[in-house]
Design a protein around this ligand. Structure first.
Ligand code: NAD
Length: 475
């Protein structure tokens, strides 16, 4: 029922064969699902050589033909959605309907990029002299090295793979060792769709060893990373040493501002469901709730009721609404957030503890009356803990929302057009949802500012990230 794991290098699947490796754990049971082989140094060098060869083949393939193979991979992923969803729920813990949505969105992302690759337009600029043509071309950057985390095992790899392939780049992806199956299944779709050997390569290993080997390699021209800010800064430094392009999708701490003229109960219903999606382990999860004092209590009451009504359990069970955390590190982190908040006078309105006696479950939690300098208000929670605090004025809430060094996502609820415009303009964030949580679609740019990173995935910006601009003056 789980995935057959392996490395994929130069069009071949490689498994154990004397390689080191690690077990993949089901976070709902704490038991091993499968063994994952790690790439040796020789495997990484083979992947680099394969990607160079693959780039030569793929950049010579027309965007029209690239799109045909990509669309076939998207169709295969759709056909296999049930299996891939079950693989992800087992390795990551998210509930089956969320896994299914992730798989189907991943297929849409491939389709979007497949088409957008056909629109990698350049332009002709009028020359200064007669007979001179000034041509601007968009060319693929070359071999890409990409690194993805454990919270979206298919979606984060697909954004990088589809963007790179649409632009004509080849890619080596190192997906998360903790949740490798989602990416393995994705790569199988591309392989079965007829992607030439070497264009897409997948490796696993000790993350620092793999990134320190691949990023400085001469063949690699572009880095893309999704994960934590400290690791992102380290990898951006490695990329800078070789003056390599980089896209960094890092963490955030998304404020949610609920104004006095919003419907507090409707807002609480919408945002609480979004908060507990993937047990809160989402980089754009709403994480700091700033609610106008006049609607504070009805908002808190409705939010707490939603948290209490959230059935926690194995993500494969039909009535489960929230699964386990993905690993024991998150459990320790949640306990630390809760203890710190309590020590600063925070009140636990619901939850606050581990759930059950097997796996990595934590209760949907709401904390009120917590000061702005508490850990839960300043560090990304990446888990099912929601702090809710009141505010009085627009200026005050904007200052508090913008006070952290992050700027990935932000949300606001208001019934006033003027306030909607003002908050959209004032908030320092790569993405803002006003009366909306739809901030991540294949067609729109997804990315942060400040310490949340740079560059976008999705939209026309997502393709641009894998292209170099070349100017030709032709007399
Ligand atoms: P971590 O910092 O150890 O790892 C984050 C991710 O980076 C993991 O997938 C890991 O495999 C990878 N990684 C770590 N060191 C690496 C290296 N030297 N080279 C390449 N990849 C490397 O933290 P963690 O315990 O896995 O997660 C904790 C925090 O990370 C969370 O609290 C959250 O803030 C952040 N995170 C963010 C995202 C996101 O979508 N932006 C995803 C997962 C985790």
């Amino acid at each position: 029922m789980y995935s057959e794991l392996g490395l994929y290098i130069d069009g071949k699947w490689l498994n154990g064969e004397g390689r080191k490796g690690e077990d993949v754990i089901n976070p709902a049971t704490g038991k091993a699902l499968a063994h994952l082989p790690h790439a040796s140094k020789a495997d990484l060098d083979a992947a680099l050589a394969a990607a160079e060869k693959g780039f030569a083949i793929w950049r010579a393939t027309t965007a029209y033909d690239r799109a045909k193979i990509m669309r076939k991979a998207a169709d295969l992923l759709r056909e296999r959605f049930d299996h891939v969803s079950k693989v992800m729920t087992q390795e990551q813990g998210k509930v089956y309907p969320e896994s299914r949505a992730e798989v189907l969105t991943s297929a849409d992302i491939i389709d979007w990029y497949a088409e957008e690759g056909r629109r990698a337009y350049g332009r002709v600029v009028p020359g200064r002299q007669k007979g001179v043509r000034q041509i601007v071309l968009q060319e693929p950057v070359g071999v890409v090295a990409a690194f993805t985390p454990w919270n979206f095992p298919t979606l984060t790899p697909v954004r990088k793979i589809a963007g790179a392939l649409a632009a004509g780049c080849s890619i080596i992806i190192k997906a998360s060792e903790e949740t490798p199956g989602g990416c393995v299944e994705l790569v199988k779709c591309f392989a079965d769709a007829g992607l030439p050997a070497g264009v897409l390569n997948m490796v696993f290993g000790v993350p620092a060893n793999v990134s320190e080997h691949l990023i400085p390699a001469k063949a690699v021209k572009k880095i893309s990373f999704t994960g934590s800010i400290p690791v992102g800064k380290h990898l951006a430094g490695l990329a800078a040493k070789g003056m390599k392009k980089a896209t960094m999708e890092l963490g955030g701490h998304s404020p949610v501002v609920v104004f006095a003229d919003a419907d507090p109960e409707k807002a609480a219903d919408t945002i609480a469901a979004f908060k507990y999606r993937n047990a809160g382990q989402v980089c754009v999860a709403p994480t700091r709730f700033l609610v106008h004092e006049s609607v504070y209590q009805p908002f808190v009451d409705k939010f707490v009721a939603a948290a209490k009504g959230m059935k926690v359990g194995n993500g494969l069970d039909k009535d489960t609404r929230m699964g386990p955390l993905a690993n024991p590190r998150r459990l320790d982190a949640m306990e630390s957030f809760v203890n710190d908040a309590k020590s600063r006078g925070g009140k636990i309105a619901t939850g606050g503890s581990r759930h059950g006696n097997q796996g990595f479950f934590f209760q949907p939690t709401v904390i009120t009356d917590v000061p702005d300098d508490a850990k839960i208000m300043t560090e990304e929670p990446f888990g099912p803990v929601a702090p809710i605090v009141p505010f009085k004025t627009f200026e005050e809430v904007v200052e508090r929302a913008n006070s952290l060094p992050f700027g990935l996502a932000a949300y606001a609820f208001t019934s006033s057009g003027a306030t909607a415009t003002a908050i959209g303009d004032s908030i320092q964030s790569g993405m803002v949802g006003v009366n909306s949580i739809a901030i991540s679609t294949p067609e729109t740019p997804f990315g942060g500012i400040k310490e949340s990173g740079y560059g976008s995935e999705g939209g026309i910006e997502g393709l641009q990230a894998y292209l170099n601009t070349k100017f030709i003056s032709q007399a």
